[in-house]
Design a protein around this ligand. Structure first.
Ligand code: UT7
Length: 326
């Protein structure tokens, strides 16, 4: 049986850092509010001329080196993003160009915070058909470029960054062990970038009303996030024929420390086995999980035989859970 394994990881966070104190000087907020309500202390932000694909390239170079492969061995590029360089071409196309890789298929996945896990599920399926043998999969976001810097309800939550993995095939007893994904468009309006698409083309009014920025009903999203993160985690564990005790490391999407706390309680995963980096990164949407994954590998938290659980929830709504054995 062919399985998909992670051969290498890499990540990139832009140099610029905004602390809670910096936000308190800009909008009506405080370090105390942000810390207790979200767990966030600081987040990184891109410079004006730095793009989502630039960050993928930085993360990918590290992942390629870590995997010990040549860039031209890659035969497919998938980028999870909702803040790509352009509406089109896809950010994946710019990545292919900037990495100087021959013409191979590349595309983006717009599943918001579930973009990386959706990409991994897609990659796993394509590996099994033989359509691709070495895949570059990234999650990258310039969230600070699509948010309203004057809206305290959203601006303090998000950060920029990118994570990338090189995926390969294996016949050994490791790799992706279970996948679970779902989406429900019925509640799509609760977290949305309203303007810029065919539903609301760009106009002077959409710009003036800041409708090209993230709009979120935080409280409602929170309730659904808690339920769906729990569902995704428990389903991924069950589909891998494992129990909670078998999970060596849990990487949840980093949207809010209170969502993470509720998820691990319900999934019966101890805090020590949970990777939390939201304090340093904020919510980086599709980049949160791959950046944390790279951190986990660098810190030696994933050893041969380790079972890694990852779970996400995001706009759409989309949610997903995956177990990978190392
Ligand atoms: O990435 C995946 C999808 N996203 C999520 O999963 C995010 C889910 N939502 C959340 O994490 C939380 O709902 C938030 C962190 C966004 C908000 O926390 P909350 O505990 O749900 O607060 P709230 O929205 O109920 O707001 C409580 C109060 C409000 O004031 P009033 O109306 O009670 O007077 C807000 O206006 O907090 C106020 N508030 C703030 N105060 C200080 C909202 N943002 C801020 C802020 N600083 N930055």
């Amino acid at each position: 049986m062919i399985r998909t394994e992670i051969l290498g990881t890499g990540s990139y966070l832009p140099e610029g850092v905004l602390t809670n104190g910096d936000w308190a000087e800009r909008v009506d907020t405080s370090d105390e509010w942000i810390t207790t309500r979200t767990g966030i202390k600081e987040r990184h932000f891109t410079t004006e001329d730095q793009t989502t694909s630039d960050m993928v390239v930085e993360a990918s170079k590290k992942a390629i080196e870590d995997a010990g492969i040549m860039p031209d061995e890659i035969d497919l590029i998938i980028v999870g993003t909702i803040s790509g360089d352009n509406a089109y071409p896809s950010t994946g196309n710019w990545v292919q160009k900037k990495l100087g890789i021959r013409p191979i298929p590349s595309f983006d996945i717009g599943a918001a915070c579930s973009g990386f896990l959706y990409g991994l599920i897609m990659a796993d399926a394509l590996m099994k058909t033989g359509a691709a043998k070495k895949i570059l999969l990234a999650g990258s976001e310039s969230m600070t470029k699509i948010m309203n810097w004057e809206d305290r309800n959203t601006c303090v939550l998000f950060g920029d960054g990118a994570g990338a993995v090189i995926l390969g095939q294996t016949e050994a007893d490791r790799g992706v062990m279970s996948t679970y994904w779902a989406a429900d468009g019925n509640l799509g309006d609760l977290l949305i970038q309203p303007a810029g698409g065919s539903a609301m083309p760009a106009s002077r009014e959409t710009v003036e009303k800041k409708l090209h920025a993230i709009h979120m009903n935080g409280n409602e999203v929170f309730k659904h996030a808690v339920k769906k993160m729990q569902e995704a985690s428990l389903m991924a564990i069950e589909l891998a024929n494992l129990s909670s005790e078998d999970i060596d490391l849990f990487i949840p999407h980093q949207a809010n420390i209170r969502i993470i706390d509720a998820t691990i309680k319900r999934a019966r995963i101890p805090l020590e086995k949970t990777l939390i980096n939201i304090d340093k990164t904020g919510n980086m949407s599709s980049a949160s999980i791959p950046v944390a994954l790279d951190q986990a590998r660098k810190e030696g938290r994933l050893k041969p035989g380790s079972h890694l659980l990852m779970a996400s929830f995001g706009a759409g709504f989309t949610w997903a859970g995956i177990v990978v054995k190392f």
